[in-house]
Write a protein that binds this ligand. Structure first.
Ligand code: ATP
Length: 261
C-alpha cells in the first residue's frame, strides 16, 4: 500500500490541507494518509501554539468523512515522559515498524515547509529513506526546491539558477532522493489567516468546514482575549494541558511557527 505521512501544526487544519491530501491521494494512489499533528515543532520550540488535544480533535473532525484519511497520534505528547520535540525521522522510524516491507512511504509536505528541510534532523537519511510529495503554494519555483536540499544533495548553483522560472512540477530524482512535485493545488488557505479571522469573529465555515468551525466556536479557540486564564493558546507543553500561560497581548497574533523537522 502507498502510505503518506502528513505532519504539521494543524492550528487549525483547513481546506488547503485537505485539498493537498486529496490531490496527492489521487495522483500517487495513496491507500492511507496519516494526519500527524506535532506536539512540539523542533525549529521553533518556544512559539505559542494551541494545545495538542484541540489540534488533534480538529484534525479528527475534519477527516471524519474521508475513509483514507486517518488522524494519527504518532507525535502525541507522552504524559509520563519529558517534553521533547517531534522529529520526523523518529516518527518515520516508528511508523515503519508497523508497515509491511512492500508498503511505499511518502512524506507529504507544502513547499513553504520543504524549503527548511536541510535544517531537519538527519535530513539526508529522511530524503533517501522516503519519497517526498511537495505541494506547491503560490510564489514558489523549482529553484526553491533545489536550493532547499542539504548541501551534499544540492545541484550546482548554475542548475538551480535555470530552475528559477520553472513551476515545481514533475518528479525530481536527485542525490538518491525522489521528490514528487504536486503543482495543481494552489489553495491560498493558511492557518495564520484563519486564526486572525477567528479572532475578529469572522466566519470560518468555508475554510475549515462546519464541524471544525463549530468546535472552534464552542471551545472558544483563537479569541482575542486580554485575560490569561481565558487564553487557549499556550506554549507547547508535554502534558495534555488545555489552558496555559498568557501567550499574546489582546488583538495581536503571537509569533509562532509552522515548520517541522
Ligand atoms: P501557518 O499559516 O500557521 O504557517 P499552515 O496553514 O501552513 O500554518 P501547517 O499546519 O503549518 O499549516 O501546515 C502543515 C503542512 O501543510 C505544511 O507542510 C504546509 O506547508 C502544508 N500546507 C498548509 N497549507 C497549505 C496550502 N494551502 N497549500 C499547500 N500546502 C499547505
Amino acid at each position: 500500500m502507498n502510505v503518506a505521512l502528513f505532519g504539521g501544526t494543524f492550528d487549525p487544519i483547513h481546506r488547503g490541507h485537505l485539498a493537498v491530501a486529496r490531490a496527492a491521494m489521487e495522483r500517487y494512489a495513496l491507500g492511507k494518509v496519516l494526519f500527524v499533528p506535532a506536539n512540539i515543532q523542533p525549529l521553533k520550540k518556544h512559539a505559542p501554539v494551541t494545545a495538542y488535544i484541540h489540534r488533534y480533535a480538529m484534525v479528527s473532525l475534519a477527516v471524519a468523512g474521508e475513509k483514507k484519511f486517518v488522524p494519527s497520534l504518532l507525535e502525541a505528547p507522552n504524559p509520563q515522559g519529558p517534553a521533547h520535540p517531534s522529529y520526523t525521522i523518529d516518527t518515520v522510524r516508528t511508523l515503519r515498524r508497523s508497515l509491511r516491507k512492500s508498503d511505499r512511504l511518502f512524506i507529504l509536505i507544502g513547499i513553504d515547509a520543504f524549503i527548511h528541510i536541510a535544517k531537519w534532523r538527519e535530513s539526508e537519511a529522511l530524503l533517501r529513506g522516503c519519497e517526498f510529495i511537495v505541494a506547491n503554494r503560490p510564489g514558489f519555483s523549482l529553484a526553491h526546491v533545489a536550493r532547499a536540499l542539504p548541501e551534499s544533495m544540492r545541484p550546482e548553483a548554475m542548475v538551480s539558477q535555470l530552475f528559477r522560472k520553472q513551476k515545481p512540477s514533475g518528479d525530481l530524482a536527485i542525490g538518491g532522493a525522489m521528490i514528487h512535485l504536486l503543482e495543481e493545488v494552489e489553495d491560498p488557505s493558511s492557518a495564520t489567516k484563519i486564526r486572525t479571522t477567528a479572532a475578529k469573529g469572522g466566519n470560518l465555515g468555508t475554510v475549515v468546514g462546519e464541524s471544525v468551525a463549530e468546535y472552534i466556536r464552542k471551545v472558544g479557540l483563537y479569541r482575542a482575549k486580554a485575560e490569561p486564564e481565558d487564553d487557549e493558546r499556550t506554549e507547547a507543553k508535554p502534558k495534555l494541558e488545555i489552558v496555559g500561560g498568557k501567550a499574546h497581548r489582546k488583538g495581536s497574533e503571537p509569533a509562532r511557527h509552522s515548520k517541522r523537522s
